[in-house]
Design a protein around this ligand. Structure first.
Ligand code: PLP
Length: 434
């Protein structure tokens, strides 16, 4: 059989690109629009991965493309450290308005989620003059040294140590994994007690600069932290002078049918991190926080040649404007409702689905054996994803055990295409379960 263009591209990738860059899916791309990818063979693929939650506003929204082109005609780079430009300042102003932290909010722009995480920890340490950082099981915060240390799943850090010191980890408050049969109140009480006990056993609360948490875990498998737990965490942080950091890199910009997952909780963090869909694919990320904390970082301790690149700022400004114009959060609500009801209908048919969970349009289902949350069915999830790929649906897994199927499609996807993709998942699951 003749080698297709896609196959030969993948073969060239194998020869030229280092192995460390993982292959989640063997799809290729020539062009993309909204929720559709045209591969190098000319096939139309449905995109339920959205560049790992980056194209909430769709692939290549025209006003965003125009803004990037216009900016490129003006100037592409000066380095914000050296020459100040308006798009950077304007984007910070927008972020401060969208995500208020206390009385006055300030922001700093960087290029990736991991870089935002690195910097938020540097800022927290400078502001508190403490070094300890507490993070959670199942957490994913990126691949740079501090971010990787904070990341839970060990396959991301294979042989990469020694890791950053003064990082402590406690179990994420996942009711599915740790609170089966318990009321939410009893579960939250148990988890907050565990935290207080942790302070006695592993690290003093007074030595912690920060606690960093994803309100809905992304790579960790879309576990949703209970509202009462986050309220409790806020109280504990206030009591001990610990800074509370929300990592909203995957949850932000419409994914949970709100600008941030924190909007669902009514709890303000001291600092937060943002990236992914903020720039529709241009590398842009931010640390947002209480002004007095943000200003505690000494000049030159935060920065980098490319921070807040002008093209990326222009892209983010146009993305935010576009999201407001089309009311993306409302669209996300609808997308979430459809996925929620379709996944629950599949759960009613198949015992292998142990849980359907999420917030807004950030919905996933977890595959288990024998109805047991502690028996992940990694193979089933893998086989389902492969079967979907053969039918031109791109979908990816999550979870420490890779047994969670998560949807990160553009939120601008049409109901018809969304249902078409969900039909494929359902049909292929039916076949696998026969
Ligand atoms: C919650 C969270 N934080 C941080 C990161 C790291 O972002 P990046 O891949 O842009 O470095 C990710 C990436 O998936 C993420 O989901």
């Amino acid at each position: 059989m003749e080698t297709t263009i896609s196959e030969s591209l993948l073969e060239r990738r194998k020869n030229a690109v280092a192995n460390g860059v993982g292959v989640f899916n063997t799809a290729t791309v020539k062009s993309a629009e909204n929720a559709t990818i045209i591969d190098t063979n000319g096939n139309e693929l449905i995109d339920f991965a959205g560049g790992i939650g980056v194209v909430n506003a769709g692939h290549c929204p025209p006003p965003v493309v125009d803004a990037i082109v216009e900016q490129a005609k003006q100037f592409i780079h000066t380095s914000f450290n050296v020459v100040t430009y308006a798009p950077y300042v304007e984007l910070c102003e927008h972020l401060n308005d969208l995500f208020p932290h206390g009385e006055k909010t300030k922001s700093v722009l960087v290029s990736t989620g991991a870089e935002a995480v690195e910097n938020v920890i540097k800022i927290a340490r400078q502001a508190t003059k403490r070094s300890g950082v507490l993070c959670f099981s199942g957490a994913f915060h990126g691949r740079t040294m501090m971010a990787m240390t904070l990341t839970s799943k060990t396959t991301y850090s294979n042989d990469c140590g020694p890791f950053a010191p003064e990082v402590y980890r406690i179990d994420y408050p996942s009711k599915f994994l740790r609170g089966q049969g318990m009321s939410e109140d009893a579960f939250v009480e148990q988890e907050l007690n565990n935290l207080n006990q942790f302070f006695k056993t592993y690290v003093r609360a007074e030595d912690l600069a920060a606690i960093i948490i994803e309100l809905v875990q992304g790579e960790g498998g879309f576990h949703v932290a209970p509202k009462a737990y986050i309220e409790g965490l806020r109280k504990i942080c206030d009591e001990y002078g610990i800074l509370l950091i929300f990592d909203e890199v995957q949850t932000g910009f419409g994914r949970t049918a709100a600008w941030g997952a924190m909007d669902h909780y009514g709890v303000q963090p001291d600092l937060s991190t943002w990236a992914k869909s903020m720039g529709s694919g241009m590398p842009i990320a931010a640390v947002v926080g209480k002004a007095e904390l943000m200003d505690a970082a000494a000049p030159a301790t935060v920065g980098g040649t490319y921070i807040g690149n002008p093209l990326a700022c222009a892209s983010a400004l146009a993305t935010i404007k576009y999201m407001k114009e089309i009311d993306l959060n409302q669209k996300a609500k609808k997308v979430g409702e459809i996925i929620w009801s379709r996944f629950n209908a599949m759960k009613a048919k198949h015992d292998c689905i142990g849980d359907v969970r999420g917030l807004g349009a950030m919905i996933a289902m977890e595959f288990v054996k024998d109805n047991d949350p502690n028996k992940p069915d990694t193979d089933l999830c893998y086989n389902l994803i492969r079967a979907c790929a053969k039918r031109d649906l791109i979908v990816i897994s999550a979870g420490v055990n890779k047994n969670v199927l998560r949807i990160l499609s553009p939120l601008t996807i049409s109901e018809e295409l969304l249902n078409k993709g969900l039909d494929i998942i359902e049909e292929e699951l039916d076949i696998l379960m026969q």
